[in-house]
Design a protein around this ligand. Structure first.
Ligand SMILES: [Zn+2]
Ligand SMILES: [Zn+2]
Ligand SMILES: [Zn+2]
Length: 339
């Protein structure tokens, strides 16, 4: 699927040998050297450097050569320090609180508009890399080195300080105007992330709609950000077929007209409360006195549009799902609910 080749100006990188569709697992690798993450951050690096160097000595010849070839821009004449620098700049997260060298995954270059996604999988105890958008034959496979997406200046500074290179990826090379636009969008996405984080834990239980709004807004921003193709089609997805605002409106109408309160329901056509209404035969959610009220609801009270939306089994299930009793995560498709 890929070959390790020289990439001008970057050292060696992974190049796709054929078209890789989004979602494909590109590689999964076992750790070659594993060290507690906190060690790598310590100021007293000499001991750690010695420890890592010892690990490197235990590798077989070809592994050692591959490790040493993980290029780093910190050139040191001290062999232990050089090995430490390779580890510090190229290692990836592994099992709880550990950093590790994965000979292939660690060779993947950084790009701020990365086409692949790295992830430590605790289940299989391997580091996996998946295509986060379609990757063309001959394209370099890239991942994102930093944890959080930040604006250009901060990104570039961080990459230079911690990884020793100046990023010249598609996003970093945008014209000043487009760069500013991208920065503004990223900042908005980030502030929504912060809001979601503050909310974490019980937030999902107490403010599910608020969280949904944040996420919906983020998806919209990602879509906008991707519109110049810098981010790629991977982000172009939407959660719902309509805007969240319209969805909330529909939810309000369902609450008002679908639920039975003390044996009566409200007619969606005329608003009268009655015990013997007939429901819409298509969506089964709205109730009417008779034909005239149904026509009124259809033509004047937006049921024409609502009823069409409610044909979607997942969407309809969202409104009819018994949220009070569910204990675990729910998965789409929810399937057709029994009303
Ligand atoms: Zn960049
Ligand atoms: Zn009526
Ligand atoms: Zn209907």
């Amino acid at each position: 699927m890929y070959q390790i080749r020289d990439v001008p100006g970057k050292g060696r990188g992974l190049i796709a040998t054929h078209f890789i569709p989004r979602g494909t697992r590109i590689l999964s690798g076992k750790p070659t050297i594993t060290v507690p993450e906190q060690y790598v951050k310590l100021d007293e690096y000499k001991q750690i450097a010695a420890l890592i160097s010892e690990h490197v000595d235990t590798l077989n010849e070809s592994q050692r050569q591959e490790f040493l070839a993980l290029n780093t821009t910190h050139i040191s004449s001290d062999e232990a320090q050089r090995r430490f620098e390779i580890f510090r700049t190229r290692s990836l997260p592994a099992s709880d609180g550990h950093a590790a060298i994965f000979l292939h995954a660690c060779r993947i270059s950084h790009s701020c508009d990365n086409n692949a996604q790295k992830n430590w999988s605790e289940n299989i105890k391997r580091h996996t890399v998946h295509a986060r958008r379609d990757i063309e034959k001959g394209e370099e496979i890239t991942i994102y080195y930093m944890g959080v997406r930040r604006k250009r200046e901060i990104r570039r500074q961080h990459l230079q300080t911690h990884f020793g290179f100046i990023c010249s990826c598609g996003l970093c090379s945008l014209t000043p105007d487009l760069g500013r636009e991208s920065d503004t969008t990223l900042e908005q996405i980030l502030s929504l992330d912060n809001l979601l984080e503050q909310d974490d834990g019980y937030g999902a239980w107490f403010h599910p709609l608020r969280r949904l709004r944040y996420v919906d807004q983020q998806v919209r921003l990602y879509n906008e950000h991707g519109s110049d193709d810098a981010i790629g089609p991977g982000y172009r997805r939407s959660i719902f077929p309509v805007s969240l605002g319209s969805l909330m409106g529909l939810n309000d109408r369902i609450q008002q007209f679908s639920l039975e309160v003390e044996g009566t329901r409200m007619c969606h056509g005329c608003g009268a409360k009655a015990t013997s209404l007939k429901r819409c035969g298509k969506c089964l959610l709205f109730w009417y006195c008779g034909k005239d009220c149904q026509v009124a609801g259809w033509d004047n009270n937006s049921h024409k549009a609502d009823c069409k939306l409610l044909k979607d089994a997942d969407l309809r299930s969202l409104f009819t799902f018994d949220w009070e009793t569910f204990l675990d995560d729910i998965q789409f498709p929810l399937g057709v609910s029994k009303v």
